[in-house]
Write a new protein. Structure first.
Length: 303
């Protein structure tokens, strides 16, 4: 008999028979926790607390709502700002100017540049207008006006980083005529001629002012008068005592005699001091001055 051909099932069976047996893992089923069914009870929304406004009763018995302190303070500030034309007072008591924007700020800047007729930066415009236009608004509006051709502008340095300055456009029709220029020259010459006399007048008034400032004031004069009166009264009392003999007077001869005696006894004292020091030097003989004075019972100046 011819051998039969192996089937695919036999090959699979032979291959599986040679493989290692698979390890069986125990199946562990987790216990399912059943959630409680949601209740269909509608949620109760808590009412929000409504701020109660204080109520006052007017004379007719009606109820008038009282505003809070913050609202009253805000209303007062608005009324004060409206009464001062947009100006409010700061903490230091100075008036604070409310800055303007838009067309009003643009008109203000244009009028200022035309009146000054010289270049300014955005910072200088804001400072010179005393806060009526802030620096940021001034910078923005000046650049817009320069782009629209309302004013002229130029950077101080080429490229970025330079400071821009702006000025009003010069109108050729505003230039002076030759007659007006001649009149201006005459006026300038006349004013220059008056300068020396004005300097002389200024010097005279300066000297006069310094003299008046150095002079005593009315208060100082009154105090000086009171001091002189008290001194005069004291001297009058002293003179009255001398005249009435209450105070004993000393003649010139007595003064000379006292001075002569003082000179005589002063010389005697010097002679006695020299003699004492010589005797002390002989008696000391190796002893200190303090020991000799202690033994002799000498204290102080005995010359």
């Amino acid at each position: 008999m011819a051998p039969r051909k192996p089937k695919a099932d036999d090959d699979a069976a032979s291959t599986t028979s040679t493989d290692l047996p698979s390890v069986l893992k125990p199946k562990t089923e987790k216990a399912k926790v059943e959630k409680a069914p949601k209740s269909d009870k509608p949620k109760v929304a808590k009412p929000k607390a409504v701020k109660k406004e204080k109520e006052k009763f007017d004379s007719e018995g009606g109820v008038v709502k009282e505003k809070s302190k913050a609202a009253v303070k805000k209303d007062k500030e608005k009324d004060g700002a409206a009464a001062k034309g947009g100006k409010t007072e700061g903490k230091d008591g100075k008036e604070k100017v409310k800055p303007v924007t838009g067309e009003e700020a643009m008109e203000l800047i244009a009028a200022y540049l035309k009146m000054q007729n010289r270049p300014y930066s955005a910072t200088e415009v804001s400072l010179n207008l005393h806060g009526k236009v802030t620096k940021t608004v001034a910078d923005k509006l000046l650049k817009e006006m320069e782009q629209n051709g309302q004013i002229k502008g130029k950077a101080s340095k080429s490229g970025t980083g330079g400071q821009w300055v702006f000025w009003s456009i010069q109108d050729p029709a505003d230039s002076a005529s030759p007659e007006e220029l001649a009149a201006m020259d005459i006026s300038i010459t006349t004013l220059r001629d008056t300068i020396p006399s004005l300097k002389s007048t200024l010097k005279t008034h300066t000297i006069k002012l310094s003299t008046l400032r150095s002079a005593p004031t009315t208060f100082e004069l009154a105090s000086d008068v009171e001091r002189i009166r008290s001194e005069n009264q004291a001297k009058s009392e002293k003179l009255r005592g001398l005249k009435e003999g209450i105070v004993k007077t000393v003649t010139t001869e007595e003064v000379e005699k006292v001075e002569k005696d003082l000179k005589y006894w002063g010389n005697k004292r010097l002679i006695r001091r020299r003699a004492f020091e010589n005797l002390e030097g002989v008696l000391r003989d190796g002893m200190s001055k303090e020991d000799i004075w202690d033994k002799a019972g000498i204290e102080g100046d005995v010359y």
